[in-house]
Design a protein around this ligand. Sequence first.
Ligand code: FES
Length: 327
Amino acid sequence: MVVHNLLPSPLRPTPALTLRVRSKDVVADGVVSLVLDHPDGARLPDWTPGAHIDLVLPDATTRQYSLCGDRWDPYSYRVAILREPAGRGGSAYVHDRLMPGDPVGFGGAHNHFPLVPSDRYLFVAGGIGITPLLPMIHQAASTGTDWQLLYGGRTRASMAFRDDLTDSYGDRVHLSPQDECGLLDLAAWLSEPPPGTTVYCCGPAPLLAAVQEACAGRPPHRLRTERFTAADRSAPVRRTPFEVELRRTGRTVTVTPDTSVLHAVRRAGAEVLSSCEQGTCGTCLVPVIEGTPDHRDAVLADHERAAGDCMMPCVSRSRSDRLVLDL
Ligand code: FES
């Protein structure tokens, strides 16, 4: 079971600001780090470990990236971006064209993967999945909480921040490059973790599935994962059109089976920021005033779905004839 945020989520993205690329550095094979600040040197919105930001790139695409810098630095954000040859072009833009001094739009900081109090943590990272875990590790270390990190990657050279981690934290950090060590030995790490251990995992879908399987007998709240790819979804509950009322805009639209709620409400004039459009990032979250959503995202926890007071319109639909959204 995937366990997500059990803390309140922001009800919608904050209005876009423009940030500036202060620096850009290669931190591993295929990974660049960006440090971003406000063009006027102003403070940036606060964030907590596990948060991501939405960046609106100069080519008008929006992408989400986990914050991996110092959460106590109010004047800059750091993100690290893997070049994804099979991606939609956002990472290629960052790697090839974005330069220090360039502006980037900022859609807000959100946290669907918060660090909850625990006696001890086991962090499991695969590749670029190390990024949301870095600030968690720093927080655990600064509060004196017991923790260990199991960090896998294709090769040692592809594993961002590996030297910083081993230099700072020594034998709490277990590096496992696949070309040297094979796949992560999850059975050894997860079969009998010490009591009170919460596992945080971020990485590619096969790693998440393997960790979930290895933790199958443990209480669900002891495993927290962040998913970068869409969860499997069954067919929508309802195959017929439904209506969506935009209460503040004063319009009602019909959503047919061949379009998403997101695209329908945008056509009706509502401004809703989006990023993944696969139900995995939480950027498009909108408040629901009336009606019953058919949740099809991988962000909301079970109790948030049951509450029915918000939804991800990029993938989620309606069980009822009508939804009323606070848009
Ligand atoms: Fe990512 Fe909707 S845009 S969840």
